[in-house]
Design a binder for this molecule. Structure first.
Ligand code: ADP
Ligand code: MG
Length: 682
């Protein structure tokens, strides 16, 4: 017997070339292979007679070859083979293109099982390139439910199938981690059967059963992981903060806090007095003023002799927080510093030294904060902005730099309740459901290319009134064959031919951090009228003088992303606008975008997005910090999720920390799931 950890190269037919192709799919070991689940199935179990074949509906049928296959060489690169087959109900002409090698196997007078669909565009029956097998052969492509695998260039479905079949024959599938009582209660297949049946189901029903089991398993592992994290934290102690007077901080504010901000801050104050680490999410739509809640928390940390760290997903955002918080907190005696990847090595070193010596109170930065070489003198508070961009693991890594520091995470993405339950199952939530006074609704329009001159005139009008405009494009550079507005090209066109008299600037994610910051800062100083950008400006950037957001090829963005982008305008006192352009005529897409134009409710938009695109896309692939589920789909499998949550909670209560083999196996799987899910940052 082989082990799950053995490399796939021990399989027959998997040499270096195949191994490389499998590596493209992140498949290295037998376990990876066995956990490479089909994305769908083709039901080829139905065996019909020729008479019963329906046009364009592929099916299996048994038929006899009625003549010797004849191959005609039509021209270079095109051979056509014709052969006639029949059963007692009828005859059928088969045509194959460039498959002489295959058709040579068909013997006159012999019966085979074929799988294919008849085409209806000829008089009489005709079928193109069916697959076939001998009657006594093991069913591979006929007479079975055929799994359809995610593939990569050079790797065929048949070769994945063959490799998986071999792997399942020479090693045991992953161990059972679901307790028998749970399996019985929810009617769930055992692991040994499920891992086999997901690849080789006897019927479509069995494929469904196997899938259900594996989804349940993923959710069970995930929920159990969250429960363990929660339990671990509940047992933690951290010194209670006693200095909770915010008078000095309030005295500096240029505006009155909204009721929602006050409530959230009060909740933070209560948390830090408890003597257990705070673990709070501040959730509020763009512009609801989450930064003030963070600032208040940082102020509290400093009042209690602790350091605070604030992590932002992009350098632009970190820079902006730094500028804003300096203005607010420096006069109060708070010592701030900025730590990002684009500092010179020397400055980075100096900054890190200051942090380690306790010479700074509030550190604002990007993932550079998480790096091993950042050491804090006494970290008491971790703030993560735009939380959904960080993995659970990154959050934990930063927290590990202090002794159970308080944690405050902020998210501008209005996360649908269903999803919040999962992502933040281990967090308490404060909702900022109130915008600062004086905010105006951003009027949003959907237009086609015929509006181009009007859009340009509108940009000109905004600029003439002293305002600035964003123009967001879906790509950085022009791709051949894809008609997307590319930021670089479009910026040049706008500057050279459309607005030669205005100042057009450019910002995109492939620019160096320092250049990005310079471009953004310059735009904020009103040195440019129009900023052509990619989605790097999506999060947090604050330029109150900007009143127009043009989003090119808006159909290329998720609704939540559009909502974030739209939130970049309407931040000052002037009336603001958002214009979506699209080339598409697809009714569903246009409807989706029209619905977006009609609502400003971030939660509604998020729910819609989740339904439409699923959570992966919703948060940007692999940026979510959500576990990367292999089979489960957060937007459709909610019933199973609920069941798995129930089951895992009970089980964790009983034996989550036990020293038994199943408990250990489960903990191993939890660690693996969260490792796989470490969010990446951009
Ligand atoms: P968020 O991070 O929630 O999107 P910010 O914290 O960046 O929002 O705040 C958006 C803008 O609103 C900032 O310019 C900020 O100074 C301002 N702001 C925050 N709170 C208030 C308030 N209570 N009254 C007026 N303006 C506010
Ligand atoms: Mg913000």
């Amino acid at each position: 017997m082989a082990k799950l950890s053995d490399p796939i190269t021990i399989l027959k037919g998997v040499g270096p070339t195949k191994a490389k192709q499998f590596a493209q799919l992140n498949i290295y070991t037998l376990q990876d292979l066995i956990c490479h689940f089909p994305r769908g199935y083709e039901d080829r179990t139905r065996l019909v007679t020729i008479e019963k074949l329906e046009v364009d509906k592929p099916a299996c049928f048994k038929a006899m070859v009625m003549n010797t296959p004849h191959t005609a060489h039509i021209r270079k690169g095109l051979d056509v083979t014709k052969v006639q087959v029949a059963d007692r109900t009828g005859r059928l002409n088969l045509t194959f293109f460039n498959q002489k090698f295959t058709t040579d196997k068909l013997r006159y007078g012999q019966e085979y099982i074929f799988y294919g669909a008849v085409s209806g565009d000829f008089i009489g029956y005709n079928m193109t390139s069916p697959v076939f097998e001998e009657l006594d052969s093991e069913p591979v492509v006929t007479r079975r439910v055929l799994p359809i695998y995610p593939l990569t260039a050079g790797l065929s479905n048949a070769s994945v199938l063959k490799a998986v079949r071999q792997a399942l024959a020479i090693c045991d599938p992953p161990a059972e981690i679901l307790p028998q009582s749970v399996r019985e209660q929810y009617g769930i297949l055992g692991a040994d059967r499920a891992y086999y049946a997901i690849h080789e189901p006897a019927s479509m029903e069995e494929a469904e059963m196997a899938k259900k089991r594996l989804i349940f398993e993923e959710f069970f592992v995930f929920s159990a992981g969250l429960s363990l994290m929660r339990a671990a934290r509940a047992g933690k102690k951290t010194p209670a903060w006693h200095n909770t007077d915010l008078g000095g901080f309030y005295g500096r504010l240029p505006f009155a806090l909204t009721g929602a901000q006050q409530r959230a801050i009060a909740e933070v104050v209560r948390d830090v007095q408890k003597g257990t680490p705070m673990n709070r999410l501040v959730q509020g739509d763009v512009g609801s003023g989450k930064t003030m809640v963070a600032a208040a928390a940082a102020w509290l940390a400093v009042q209690n002799g602790k350091q605070a760290a604030m992590m932002a997903p992009t350098e632009i955002l970190a820079e902006q927080h730094y500028q804003g918080l300096c203005k607010l907190l420096e006069p109060l005696g708070v010592r701030l510093c900025l730590l990002t990847g684009s500092l010179t090595p020397k400055n980075k070193k100096l900054t890190r030294q200051a942090i380690e010596e306790g010479a700074v109170d509030l550190v604002i930065g990007t993932h550079a904060l998480v790096s091993e070489s950042t050491v804090f003198a006494d970290l008491g508070l971790v703030i993560a902005d735009e939380q959904h961009r960080f993995g659970v693991a990154q959050r934990a890594k930063l927290s590990a730099k202090g002794e159970d520091p308080h944690l405050l995470v902020m998210s501008a993405t209005p996360i649908p309740r269903t999803l919040a339950l999962i992502m933040y199952g281990d967090l308490e939530v404060s909702v900022l459901d109130e915008l600062p006074p004086g905010r105006q609704q951003v009027d949003t329009f959907l237009v086609g290319e015929s509006y181009r001159t009007r859009i340009n005139a509108f940009i000109r009008k905004q600029v003439a009134e002293g305002h600035q405009c964003f123009v967001v494009c879906p790509a950085v550079e022009e791709n051949e064959g894809v008609e997307l507005k590319a930021a670089t090209v479009w910026a040049e066109t706008l500057q050279k031919t459309v607005f030669p008299d205005l100042k057009v600037a450019l910002i995109h994610g492939q620019m160096k951090g320092a250049d990005k910051e310079a471009a953004m800062a310059s735009f904020a100083r009103q040195e440019a009228d129009v900023l052509v950008a990619t989605t790097v400006i999506e999060v947090g950037v604050d330029v109150p003088n900007a009143t127009l957001m043009v989003i090119e090829d808006a159909d290329r963005f998720g609704l939540s992303q559009l909502h974030q982008l739209r939130g970049r305008v309407g931040r000052g006192s002037a009336k603001s606008y958002c214009i979506l352009t699209t080339h598409t005529n697809a009714a569903s897409t246009r409807e989706r975008l029209k619905a977006f134009c009609a609502t400003t409710d971030g939660f509604k938009i998020a729910e819609e997005d989740l339904k439409m695109r699923g959570p992966g896309d919703f948060f940007g692939a692999r940026q979510s910090g959500l576990p990367v589920f292999r089979v489960a789909n957060l937007s459709c499998d909610l019933t199973t999720l609920k069941q798995a949550q129930e089951a895992s909670a009970q089980w964790i209560d009983r034996e989550g920390t036990a020293d038994t083999a199943p408990a250990k196996a489960l903990r191993g799987r939890i660690a693996e799931l969260f490792r796989r899910s470490q969010g990446t940052m951009n």
